[in-house]
Design a protein around this ligand. Structure first.
Ligand code: B12
Length: 142
């Protein structure tokens, strides 16, 4: 598989930057072409970057607790802009407080995210899932 482009960023008014930098270095090392938008990224910036770079996936981070509000409507925006098949992942401290992980995952899946990750995720596992999801989408498209 040729190096797939992936867009990374921290959504909304969220300025937590450390995890984003780690993800950039990690996914670059795993052979992905990382387009890192950094912190405080709007939904439109994610989508425009994905279009410009022909990205296979958008990986959204949210740490400050407002992820549910910030991520609502991102899948619809992708579809509206022609990215019908783009893979959407979300991860971090996606909601405020100690909501059980399964409940958080259900919420974000209902919003159109393909996979949802807790802050303690093993990034190696996330990269393996991403690779197989990208291959599956490419196979469906061909
Ligand atoms: C440092 C820090 C800050 C710094 C950030 C500085 C900076 N430049 O980054 C400052 C002081 C600015 C800050 C501010 C705030 N913070 Co703060 N902060 C932290 C702290 C202590 C560490 C964050 C960190 O760097 N972690 C280390 C990195 C490596 O981990 P990570 O960010 O989780 O990222 C990893 C994973 O989550 C995962 N991941 C992330 N995204 C994705 C996406 C995908 C697809 C995948 C696969 C994986 C993945 O991979 C990353 C790399 O391993 C955390 C507590 C904590 N222990 O996490 C609170 C914390 C995140 N902050 C919190 C809060 C509430 C705030 C404020 C709202 C506080 C306030 N009232 O002002 C503000 C928000 C400001 C803003 N606009 O964003 C809360 C969030 C609570 C929630 N979600 O329910 C936390 C959890 C503290 C707490 N226990 O209450 N914060």
């Amino acid at each position: 598989m040729s190096d797939p482009a992936i867009v990374l960023g921290v959504i909304g008014a969220d300025c937590h930057s450390v995890g984003n930098k780690i993800m950039d270095v990690f996914f670059s090392g795993e052979g992905f072409r990382v387009v890192n938008l950094g912190v405080m990224v709007s939904q439109l910036e994610f989508v425009d970057a994905a279009i410009e770079t022909d990205a296979a996936a958008i990986l959204v981070s949210s740490l400050y607790g407002h992820g549910e509000i910030d991520c609502q409507g991102l899948r619809d925006l992708c579809i509206e802009k022609g990215l019908d098949r783009i893979i959407l992942y979300a991860g971090g401290n996606l909601v405020v407080g100690k909501t059980p992980g399964a409940e958080v995952e259900e919420k974000f899946r209902a919003m159109g995210f393909d996979r949802v990750f807790r802050p303690d995720v093993d990034l190696k596992e996330a990269a393996a899932l991403l690779r197989s999801d990208i291959e599956a989408r490419r196979a469906e498209a061909s």
